[in-house]
Design a protein around this ligand. Structure first.
Ligand SMILES: *[C@@H]1O[C@H](CO)[C@@H](O)[C@H](O)[C@H]1NC(C)=O
Length: 317
């Protein structure tokens, strides 16, 4: 009994008949999400359960820099998680990823993220008993997110995925969202222009007619494993066989956490990208937490002013 308690999943499924093992696995194999904030600014995770899926323990909460929180995942859970930034308390509202929860607090209460927002999407215990997950920029981008499975059984393409680059400053001008003059998010072409061609609607509603655009390629080049448009499935969907799997969801992950996937997976980070912002410019550097854009601009501006003053003094006799 003690041994079974120590390793419930594999032990029970070996010992019991298949049907019983399957029903017990649903109860005994606990899956969870561990949400961590590696950003230098506060992030408010938002969570939306899919239709017919039970709620997780929370629909939204605050995570200070360095904090993390683990939420148990009910068997068969499907839904999405994202990070909200620049939220004001009082009448709670966020500059990015806002969900306008009905309680007036940080909970999303069944509401979706306002685009643009980087989304982590999950369907646990789906087809073939596999967990399916992806990181999507189809609704745009607001901050770097990594999804890394831990403890899954062998099988599937169970690799880390995400968008590790900071794309807000690099965002094309016609997609950029600013707040108080800072670039804070980057719209999808579908949201910015609303055309069937970018939204994969109507005559463009199939994988053969909805093709990548220059805009979707901006996202795909920077974040090769993330969905860059609606039919980007081939390189963007990942699967894990069940077990006591924890899905670690990290905002502003260190680029040190870059891990390879299966042969044929695109890289998690495009090493040739020149325009990733902040510390992420030096891929593989010791620290890679993304800085809020405002402080970066102040720093760059300060250095420019200093150089101008110093230059002036040197030239003036
Ligand atoms: C990396 O980005 C460059 C453009 O900067 C692009 O040409 C190349 O295809 C990208 N590589 C991957 C693997 O996405």
């Amino acid at each position: 009994m003690a041994a079974a308690a120590a390793a419930p999943c594999r032990h029970l499924s070996l010992v019991l008949v298949v049907a019983l093992a399957v029903s017990v696995r649903g109860v005994w194999c606990s899956k969870s999400f561990t949400i961590a904030n590696n950003c230098e600014y506060t992030v408010w995770p938002g969570i939306l359960s899919g239709a017919g899926s039970p709620e997780l323990g929370s629909t939204g909460f605050e995570l200070a820099p360095g904090q993390s929180q683990t939420l148990p995942a009910p068997a068969g859970w499907s839904g999405r998680l994202w990070g909200r930034t620049l939220c004001a308390t009082g009448k709670f509202a966020c500059a990015t990823g806002d969900c306008a929860g009905s309680s007036g607090g940080p909970g999303c209460d069944g509401n979706n993220a306002a685009p643009p927002a980087t989304l982590a999407e999950f369907t646990l215990d789906g087809s073939g008993g596999m967990d399916f997950y992806d990181v999507s920029l189809v609704d745009g981008y607001n901050l770097p997110v990594l999804v890394a499975p831990q403890g899954a059984a062998a099988g599937g393409n169970c690799a880390p995925t995400g968008c590790l680059a900071d794309l807000n400053d690099a965002c094309p001008a016609d997609l950029r969202v600013t707040s108080s003059g800072d670039a804070v998010a980057c719209k999808s072409a579908c949201e910015a222009f609303g055309s069937a061609q970018y939204c994969c609607d109507g005559a463009y509603g199939s994988p053969s007619t909805c093709r990548p655009s220059a805009y979707s390629e901006f996202f795909k080049n920077a974040c090769p494993r993330a969905y860059s448009y609606a039919y980007d499935d081939a390189t963007s969907t990942f699967t894990c066989a069940g077990a006591d799997t924890t899905y670690a969801i990290t905002f502003c992950p260190s680029t040190e956490s870059v891990k390879s996937g299966a042969p044929g997976d695109p890289p998690l980070v495009n090493g040739t990208m020149a325009y990733t912002a902040g510390d992420q410019q030096q891929l593989g550097a010791a620290t890679a937490a993304a800085r809020p854009p405002s402080r970066l601009l102040v720093l760059v501006g300060g250095v420019a002013v200093f150089l101008a003053l110093a230059g002036g003094r040197l030239i003036t006799p």
